[in-house]
Design a protein around this ligand. Structure first.
Ligand code: NAD
Ligand code: UD1
Length: 338
């Protein structure tokens, strides 16, 4: 039996492929390479000794997805295939709704047709919205999102919950990620954003290798211990290992279950800068700038449910996260392109 990683050539999918292969699963990746590079398959093979089966295709293409299910004994689908740039989603909302919702609907319809029962979804802490008190718990009501990207996650959660309620054979696991950073310890795979990075750690890493001259810290006057925002950063390999547990859980349960994947400990932007400097030996020039629209002052996970029910707990700390981010970026200053 195989696992289909839809969008598996991307940042989190490629690390999950490694964790899945290490755990003994057969991995099939399907990705249109919109935000990734086919070279990732060579790197996964170099790390694990196993080359995942790879299809270059759009997950919205029903005939192609049908073919993938026809050619492989897929037991579980993990759905990473989404557009994820928050700012871009505000200017291109229709593309975000079309891509993120259609990929989900196509997978669900083709799974039903091909009798595939287990679905794990890449959701986000963003669905808790600004109304929820932190730490966020899975039992809280979802809130309102500040951008179309977040709404696609919230809507897809609803679609999957409704599909599982109507089809008792379907098992859905909704994984609400907090802030994944870091890279595989080999430095062979990592986060490789196109253009100017939106997220903190890739921006810091690009400053460190000299691609950008300084970091702008978005706001220094929040009501937090040092005035900068706090987030629950987690190592992408811990997150990847969470998917192994989630896939095993999905295969032995039915209905819909939600899990936060975070560490439960927040760090501020200034703490991240200082941890990165400590672990890379490189100074990060920065200035305090304006707040970014839509940013919340702070939030972090209550990670107890994942520990109790999945047997998963983040093992790697902030130093390892920064060290591995730097290891990847310094070995691959141009990402997969150079
Ligand atoms: P990523 O962009 O690196 O990976 C997504 C992959 O999906 C890319 O390889 C892209 O080419 C592919 N893709 C997109 N649309 C596709 C389509 N229609 N058909 C086929 N392939 C398609 O992003 P990531 O950081 O690895 O995130 C993976 C998932 O996790 C996304 O759904 C994202 O929204 C979600 N998520 C990410 C974060 C984060 O901080 N990175 C946080 C919360 C949730
Ligand atoms: C963002 C998204 C969230 C998404 C997540 C992962 C918003 C409002 N939220 O979360 O929906 O799930 O990315 O893709 O965009 N920062 C700087 N300078 C920078 C970049 C970031 O100071 O150049 C700060 C931000 O203000 C934030 C922290 O660093 O406080 C982390 O930012 P980021 O990595 O973008 O993640 P989130 O904003 O938490």
């Amino acid at each position: 039996m195989s696992i289909l990683l839809a969008g598996g050539a991307g940042y989190i999918g490629s690390h999950t492929a490694v964790a899945m292969i290490d755990a003994g699963f057969d991995v099939v990746i399907a990705d249109n390479l919109y935000n990734s590079n086919a070279a990732v398959n060579d790197r996964i093979e170099e790390i694990t000794g196993t080359r995942p089966k790879f299809y270059e295709c759009d997950i919205r293409d029903k005939a192609f997805v049908d073919r993938i299910f026809g050619e492989n004994e897929i037991e579980t689908v993990i759905h990473f295939a989404g557009l994820k740039a928050v700012g871009e989603s505000v200017t291109m909302p229709l593309q975000y709704y079309r891509n993120n919702l259609d990929t989900t609907l196509t997978l669900l319809e083709e799974m039903e047709k091909n009798n595939v029962k287990n679905f794990v979804f890449s959701s986000s802490a963003t669905v808790y919205g600004e109304e929820s008190p932190y730490p966020y718990r899975e039992t809280m009501k979802k809130g309102s999102c500040s951008n179309p990207y977040g709404w696609t996650k919230s809507m897809i959660e609803q679609i999957l919950t409704d599909a599982a309620a109507a089809n008792r054979d379907l098992s859905v696991v909704l994984l609400r990620y907090f802030n994944p950073i870091g890279a595989h310890e080999s430095g062979l795979i990592g986060e490789d954003p196109m253009g100017i990075p939106n997220n903190l750690m890739p921006f810091i890493s690009q400053v460190a290798v000299g691609k950008r001259d300084h970091l702008t810290v978005f706001g220094g006057d929040y009501d937090t211990p040092d005035g900068t925002c706090r987030r629950d950063y987690l190592h992408v390999m811990d997150l990847a290992e969470g998917h192994v547990k989630a896939a095993e859980y999905a295969a032995s349960h039915s209905g819909t279950e939600i899990f936060n994947l975070g560490t439960g400990t927040p760090y501020s932007v200034l703490e991240i800068i200082s941890a990165f400097e400590r672990n890379s030996g490189v100074r990060i020039p920065y200035e305090i700038g304006e707040r970014r629209d839509g940013d919340l002052p702070e939030f972090w996970a209550d990670a107890a449910k994942a520990e109790q029910e999945l047997g998963w707990r983040a093992k790697r700390g902030i130093d390892e996260m920064c060290r591995d981010s730097w290891n990847w970026q310094s070995k691959n200053p141009m990402g997969y392109r150079g």
